[in-house]
Design a protein around this ligand. Structure first.
Ligand SMILES: [Zn+2]
Length: 389
């Protein structure tokens, strides 16, 4: 048989089934960018090379300008994230810097960050807008995301991220602009629509309006839900068949129950939990009980999770939230694919799936979560094409 690419004599964590789906000493053949052949190596030799599905970072805010290290100092001095947000810091300071930045500047800085994610075996990254908060700047962010190289990019329109300064005191007025101008204009520039449902951002009613607008254009939805308080955001997301509810630290059992059969993935963001020194952990045991799939992402952003290591977030999800290494790997493969609506294409190693693959020098896939500050990735394939180191 002839293949565009044949990877020989590797151990594979296919992530198919209830376990890692391990195939020892196998060959992987690729044709037309898809996995076309999976079979035992004819004359195997012992190998420490493991292949997993390419890792997926399903929640990032990778495109932005500015620097928020002073806020880090302020928080260490005792200020809270909410206090900083209320005095015009936080998201709004990034908005001002991002509006002022050119497309070229944004592309240069975002590409640097993306490259850091990719060296760990990441092949798909979701990138949100949300630091523009007007039509022109949101369009600029999505445009920059589309031009990033070296990874599959999924773009999410997060115009309902914060209330911009020009709409202070008139959040309904801004929601009206989001629903009747920004979403209609940018419907063809995004793969999903997201919102920040929280006391310091948008209410349940406003979030529902954003969801309704997205649905009018057939765009899948996601939600920043229950990060700082339980507003019932995850339940609202589930009732709207959202792809995911993200953060979910304060999510109640009633909301978890609503997520049970909705297909909505709980996306855990341990980097933000860690960096904001939160103490309220997401209800992991309830997610397990109700069979809600859990994904893990970096939530990379300049204010609350300036982290560019998905492997570190896997370790944090284990140490801080109690996930198993198997749940952690599933959280950045199959379940992250589901959180992006890509379960049919990526997230497992199976015939017919896209040949997005990561290669690691490890003894067992559990090693990916059981260390931190270590990068065992030795190769990456995107659509069956070997990527430069
Ligand atoms: Zn976020």
């Amino acid at each position: 048989m002839k293949f565009d690419l044949l990877i020989e004599n590797v151990n594979i964590a296919t992530m198919v089934g209830d376990d890692y789906g391990i195939l020892e000493s196998h060959d992987i053949g690729v044709n037309g960018g898809k996995i076309a052949y999976l079979a035992p190596t004819p004359t195997p030799t012992p190998t420490k090379q493991w292949v997993t599905p390419g890792l997926i970072d399903c929640h990032t805010h990778l495109v932005y300008a500015g620097n928020r290290a002073t806020e880090f100092e302020a928080r260490l001095g005792g200020d809270t994230y909410q206090q900083i947000a209320q005095r015009g810091g936080g998201i709004l300071s990034t908005v001002a810097a991002t509006r002022a930045a050119s497309e070229e500047e944004l592309t240069l800085s975002a590409q640097k960050r993306l490259n850091q994610l990719l060296v760990e075996g990441v092949t798909t990254v979701e990138v949100k807008s949300g630091y523009g908060l007007d039509l022109e700047s949101e369009a600029k962010m999505l445009q920059v995301a589309a031009g990033l190289k070296g990874s599959n990019i999924r773009r999410t329109l997060l115009a309902a991220h914060a209330i911009p300064a020009e709409f202070r005191g008139d959040s309904d007025g801004f929601v009206d602009v989001v629903c009747n101008s920004i979403i209609p204009e940018l419907a063809h520039e995004c793969d999903a629509v997201d919102a920040f449902c929280e006391g310091i951002a948008f209410s349940l009613t406003q979030t529902q309006q954003v969801f309704d607008a997205a649905k009018r254009y057939g765009i899948p939805i996601k939600l920043h839900a229950d990060q700082l308080s339980d507003l019932g955001g995850a339940g609202l997301a589930a009732r709207n068949q959202a792809l995911s509810a993200d953060h979910v630290e304060y999510t109640s059992e009633a909301s978890v129950e609503e997520m049970q059969n909705s297909g909505t993935v709980a996306v855990l963001l341990p980097g933000a939990f860690y960096f904001l020194r939160e103490t309220q952990k997401p209800p992991i045991e309830l997610f397990r009980q109700y069979g809600v799939p859990m994904a893990i992402a970096t939530d990379h952003n300049p204010g609350s999770s300036p982290c560019l290591s998905l492997l570190l977030c896997m370790n944090m999800a284990c140490v801080l939230f109690g996930l198993s290494p198997l749940e952690a790997l599933r959280g950045v493969t199959t379940n992250a694919a589901q959180a992006l609506g890509l379960r049919e294409d990526i997230g497992t190693i199976e015939l017919g799936k896209r040949a997005d693959l990561a290669v690691f020098d490890i003894v067992h896939p559990r090693d990916l979560s059981s260390k931190f500050g270590v990068n065992p990735c030795s190769g990456r394939y995107l659509n069956g094409i070997k990527q430069p180191d």
